[in-house]
Design a binder for this molecule. Structure first.
Ligand code: GDP
Length: 199
């Protein structure tokens, strides 16, 4: 199914989250990960257009950016994408950023239409404590999540299998879906998982 993306709004406060008047209560998929994990590239590759321009668009970087995805000419979106701010960037913070308690946590705990959290982890680097923290948060909240490994094209099959095994072990998850925004490997499988939340 081909979905047409439309940028909805950039929220910097809980009060800005789009209401049902805008989303028609459509299920929402949230994308989360450390800065530089490849989140914008993956969202762009899933949407087949440059929607997630976070790093180059001032004001959008530290916000939650919402996109509505429409099927054909329908007026109600089938799905909402929420692009959350990257966390845990090198020197600024050892783990999750200061926005976490004020902003990201309320989103994850209170957003009723949140149907799936995509927790992005980089397959090219060792398991990160901040990623474990996020995944643990999803487990504790009992919210559905899927761990997705980015930049899979950079590794040989053998190295990728080893990395996936190490990440699964460290984050204590049974499943990790490797993808590449560069080659599109794994993005079809990811779309299948995303479409499962569409009623
Ligand atoms: P964000 O900060 O999480 O939004 O990350 P970006 O999407 O801006 O990507 C960070 C860097 O990783 C950029 O230099 C991208 O070109 C690179 N990158 C992202 N995805 C991939 C991928 O699938 N394969 C490769 N080889 N590089 C990638």
């Amino acid at each position: 199914m081909r979905l047409n993306p439309v940028f909805l709004l950039s929220a910097t406060d809980v009060a800005h989250f789009p209401s049902d008047a805008k989303t028609f209560g459509a299920p929402e998929v949230a994308f989360l990960g450390r800065s530089n994990v490849g989140k914008s590239s993956l969202i762009n590759s899933l949407l087949g257009s440059k929607q997630a321009h976070t790093s180059s668009t001032p004001g959008r970087t530290r916000a939650i950016n919402f996109f509505a995805l429409y099927e054909g000419a329908k007026t109600q979106p089938a799905l909402i994408f929420a692009d959350l701010p990257g966390y845990g960037y090198a020197k600024i913070s050892k783990s999750i950023s200061s926005e976490w308690p004020q902003f990201i946590e309320p989103y994850l705990t209170e957003r009723e239409t949140l149907a799936l959290g995509i927790c992005l982890v980089d397959t090219n680097i060792p398991p990160q404590a901040s990623d474990t923290q996020l995944i643990t948060f999803f487990k504790q909240m009992q919210r559905p999540y899927l761990v997705v490994g980015t930049k899979a094209d950079r590794l040989s099959n053998n190295a990728l299998a080893k990395s996936v095994a190490a990440l699964k072990k460290a984050h204590e998850v049974d499943e990790l879906l490797p993808v590449s925004a560069k080659t599109d490997a794994g993005t079809k499988a990811l779309w299948q998982r995303l479409m499962e939340v569409v009623i």
